[in-house]
Design a binder for this molecule. Structure first.
Ligand SMILES: Nc1ncnc2c1ncn2[C@@H]1O[C@H](COP(=O)(O)OP(=O)(O)OP(=O)(O)O)[C@@H](O)[C@H]1O
Ligand SMILES: [Mg+2]
Length: 318
């Protein structure tokens, strides 16, 4: 895969805070790449450095192989979709989408044509003349996307674009976002602190912590073989048993003892809608949660059970 954007030891130290510490990664053409991590770990600062809203303290940034350091934001071939959408309230949907092309002095017929196609892409044809307060939150999100896509950037930077939406709409927009990315072929650098969103959408995921990159890989790699305790715990639930990490869905629970199984006592179960979490305690005092379907879970609190898992489902971290 040919690289479209490369960060080399990118660093941003504010007078009072080291927000980004030597972050390096490369994104391929047409890739859906997610940057995840807890609040304050430096995700937005990283995007702002790429977009040119901040200058790095040190490190390099290459877009299609060319250094973009020192280039003002409007001369970089990237576009940003902000968390709060930042639409112009007094401009119509079509005018919001046209804004960037007008600023670039494109001819009117090209603008009309491209705006029409961008709105079609995000399913907003027919709503061109509405103002932002005359459309729904999900539609405003689509206008924000169209406004960036219409510029045909080399990389689209998305900073938590779905966080203002309710869970159902958020789920729908996830799929739309993925479709849009595939149809346009534009590389997406998607920032979220929702690990499920990142795992389900991305070709590759980078996990950040305290301004540094902890791990980078496909969703399967980072979830199944996390390299640090932080990554393991950030990406999902994990049981630490006999020095290894095991995900709750990999734990089998039975009433019959079998070879290699660990005896445990059921403490409680939590109904989560699509599954049940069964909390148990092993004889050595360590806690272990097993995830199973509701219909498989007929265990009572206080009951003695046996836990087992495949060694292939274990991972070790330093
Ligand atoms: N201009 C600034 N001056 C000083 N510190 C800053 C500045 N901008 C950001 N920071 C600090 O840098 C750290 C990283 O901020 P950033 O906005 O990149 O985090 P984030 O990962 O996007 O978090 P969130 O998930 O909450 O959006 C934070 O501790 C923040 O307070
Ligand atoms: Mg942020």
């Amino acid at each position: 895969m040919q690289t479209v954007l490369e960060l080399r030891a990118l660093t941003k130290h504010f007078p009072t805070h080291r927000a980004v510490n030597g972050v390096s990664f490369a994104i391929g053409h047409g890739e859906f790449f997610s940057l995840v991590g807890p609040s304050g770990c430096g995700k937005t600062t990283t995007l702002r450095l790429i977009a040119g809203f901040e200058e790095p303290t040190s490190g390099q940034l290459l877009l299609d192989g060319h250094s973009v350091e020192g280039l003002p934001a409007y001369q970089r071939d990237v576009s940003t979709v902000f968390q709060n959408y930042a639409l112009f309230p007094h401009l119509t949907v079509a005018q919001n989408v046209a804004f960037g092309l007008e600023r670039r002095g494109r001819p009117q017929n090209e603008i009309t044509d491209k705006v029409g196609r961008a709105l079609e892409l995000v399913h907003l044809s027919g709503k061109e003349a509405r103002l932002p307060n005359q459309i729904s939150g999900g539609e405003r999100q689509r206008v924000a996307l169209a406004r960036s896509l219409v510029l045909e950037p080399k990389v689209l930077l998305l900073d938590e674009p779905l966080s203002a939406l309710d869970p159902k709409l958020r789920n729908e927009m996830r799929h739309e976002l993925k479709n849009l990315q595939r149809r346009t072929g534009i590389a997406f650098l998607f920032v979220t602190h929702d690990q499920e969103e990142a795992l389900s959408l991305s070709d590759r995921v980078a996990i950040m912590n305290l301004g540094s990159l902890e791990q980078l890989g496909t969703p399967q790699e980072v979830y199944r073989t996390p390299k640090t305790r932080f990554v393991a715990e950030f990406l999902g639930n994990v049981n630490w048993l006999r020095g290894a990490g095991v995900r709750p869905e990999a734990v089998r629970v039975s009433r019959a003892a079998c070879e290699g199984a660990s005896a445990a006592v059921v403490e409680a179960q939590t109904f989560l809608g699509n599954c049940v979490h069964l909390r148990t305690k092993l004889e050595d005092g360590s806690a272990c949660t097993a995830e199973m379907a509701q219909q498989e879970c007929d265990f009572q609190a206080g009951e003695r059970v046996y836990l087992s898992w495949n060694t292939a489902d274990e991972f070790r971290v330093p």
